[in-house]
Design a binder for this molecule. Sequence first.
Ligand code: GDP
Length: 437
Amino acid sequence: MNNGDTIVALSTPAGRGAIAIIRVSGGGAHEMLRSLFRPFGGAEMTPNMLTLGEISADGIRDKVMAVIFRAPRSYTSEDMSEVHCHGSPEIAARIIRGFIACGARAAQPGEFTRRAFLGGKLTLDEAEAVGDMIAAQSQAQINAAYDAMRGRLSADVAYIYNLILDVVSAFEAAIDYPEEDVEEQTEAEAREKLTAARGRLEALVATYDAGEKVRGGVKVAIIGVPNAGKSSLLNRLLGRERAIVTANAGTTRDTVEESYEYRGVLFTLVDTAGLRAAEDEAERAGVKRSAEAAKTAHIVLRVTDLTRPAPAETETTGTVIEVYNKTDASPDRPTGGVCVSALTGEGIEDLCEKIYEAALGEGVSADGGMLTGARHYELALAALSALSEGLDSLGSATPDCVLVDLRRALHLLGGITGASATDDVLDSIFSRFCVGK
Ligand code: GDP
């Protein structure tokens, strides 16, 4: 994709705003800007510094700030320029057309970041973290994406990779030059390094449980018989009215999804149609969907009305928390669950904490990298299995056999950082980015 051409795109969101930023990257970026933009007072442009001046493109003029970045000291590692114009979509579109008239072409989604990756500015996981940063909705999502973008995961992966690589290189030297006096790697040394690599990789794989919840949010399903107070509880947890609450059983026919943030983590609540034999078609569909939602939820809140206890059955792989609702109307306080009143708010804080603990245990670990994406997790898991096989056969199998496993582990780890990622993988990752990033 990077064949030396110059790309241009709007990097701020489409729509009207105070300013719009247009980015240009590639060999022609500076020349094109010079032909459209005149600094006020005839000043020369200094790299990395905003300069005030006038742009003239496609029949319009605007007073703008512009900046140039010289390769390789830019986001993409190529020559880049940026124009900060007044935020009218029409102005931005005409400036982009001005660059296209100078020979630039419209950038594809994620093409700036793809060039940054190809230019060696970012590893693949760091580039993916840029996408996560833009998509982040909660404090924990932002912090996890920021850590990954700053290289926390790639540093962890590089550490593991290098331990394995040390062993592989020593084996290869011994096989390729048996007659040379290469320093012998003892089996104990190899075992020590591979065991350390495995320990670190196991720890990394273990972060996925919390990491995927941080990245994607924790899915919480609320189930219970009609009128147990599910919709009221949802509103309470969200702190505002969302689901329709009525005294008639069966109002919530469909599932309702809304999110709240607690201790920085995003929780998505799914209020389900009352779990019971449904009478009409629409309700049956709702009940079916709610059973599905409960099945795949991380956490299921099983709500029981203390004034009219009736069990609700559900199938789930998640953790079930018993919620006894309507404490304001009943003196009963069953143990083994959380007693709340969706009406008065009593016990809700305690419930939020219980949900957090059930989903994330001690909380989100702060040391080392964290696996948040399924792609990374699958590669790390497969690398762990290859590494374990190599380690297990050390001493009993021939060095060639051990090397096959270890090279496979290296290849899989390289898929995380991009060292061994194919064009197809890159296409699928960067096509999910927005244009201009
Ligand atoms: P759902 O069918 O399970 O979603 O139940 P709703 O949230 O619609 O509530 C059913 C009825 O119970 C409504 O009349 C609510 O006002 C009432 N209700 C819900 N929570 C409480 C509570 O904590 N205390 C009391 N007294 N009433 C509640």
